[in-house]
Write a protein that binds this ligand. Structure first.
Ligand code: 6PG
Length: 247
């Protein structure tokens, strides 16, 4: 694989040798983004993703180095997507965040905004989340609510958040959150839409493991949902380990 195989990937690439080093780098980046946001408007908003990759990051954030150093009182937590299951189900993205991060750090539970994807009417739940985003965040490019940071993962098929290939969610432009449809269980989802993702001040993708290399290449070629993540007035950073970067 040549060093150029990811040429075309929009944004900045930060490659570290191991997943652990990637997670350390992301923790440092989040700290810097939170200071920037706080200096600018006195608070910090971040949307979290699910999947397995955030586990290591969360471990580091609640560990001795970061637990005391991070200004948790600035944090307002949102989600990039959620699976249709109860919030205490192990498949829930909120459950992952709660058990591995939120319950270990002093974040006011009133500042944690989970997506209520356990509700039977997912369209209504997504519409409510869309309103919550609009009400609680400053307005960014195109009038969309502007999150300070969105952390995203990348699926092997090039999905990100719950924006899956060939699904209607990819075309939604009049809501900040919508219903998503995954190709693995739980199938039903709520996801941020492109206008909401692309209005963020900073978007960070965490991608580790050789199995993700082809998805990165497809993203670079503009072929998959992750290719359309292009912050309109913000930064985009790909945090990769050597295996994901090189294949
Ligand atoms: C979800 C996610 C999803 C995830 C990717 C990568 O709820 O499934 O938010 O977009 O980030 O599928 O998942 P892994 O980290 O498990 O590879």
């Amino acid at each position: 694989m040549t060093a150029n195989s990811l040429e075309g990937l929009a944004g900045e690439r930060m490659v570290n040798d191991t997943p652990q080093a990637v997670a350390d780098t992301v923790a440092t980046w989040i700290g810097a983004q939170s200071r920037r946001a706080h200096a600018d408007h006195g608070s910090f908003s971040i949307a979290l993703s699910g999947g397995s990759t955030p586990r290591l990051l969360n471990e580091i954030l609640v560990g001795p180095e970061w637990r005391e150093r991070m200004e948790w009182s600035w944090w307002n937590v949102y989600f990039a997507d959620e699976r249709a299951c109860p919030p205490d189900d192990p498949a829930s993205n909120y459950s992952l965040a709660e058990t591995t991060l939120l319950s270990h750090v002093p974040i006011d539970p009133g500042r944690v905004h989970r997506m209520p994807a356990e509700r039977p009417d997912l369209d209504a739940a997504a519409a409510e989340y869309s309103d919550l985003l609009a009400r609680s965040l400053p307005s960014g490019p195109g009038g969309a609510p502007r999150l300070d940071v969105i952390l995203l993962g990348l699926g092997e098929n090039g999905h990100t958040a719950s924006l899956f290939p060939g699904t209607p969610a990819l075309e939604v432009t009049d809501q900040w959150a919508t219903r998503g449809l995954a190709d693995y269980e739980p199938f039903n989802r709520i996801t941020l839409t492109y206008p909401a993702i692309n209005a963020a001040a900073a978007v960070g993708f965490l991608v580790t493991g050789a199995a993700k290399h082809e998805a990165l290449r497809a993203t670079a070629r503009g072929e998959v949902p992750a290719s359309r993540v292009r912050p309109a007035d913000g930064t985009l950073v790909w945090f990769l380990d050597a295996a994901a970067a090189a294949g």
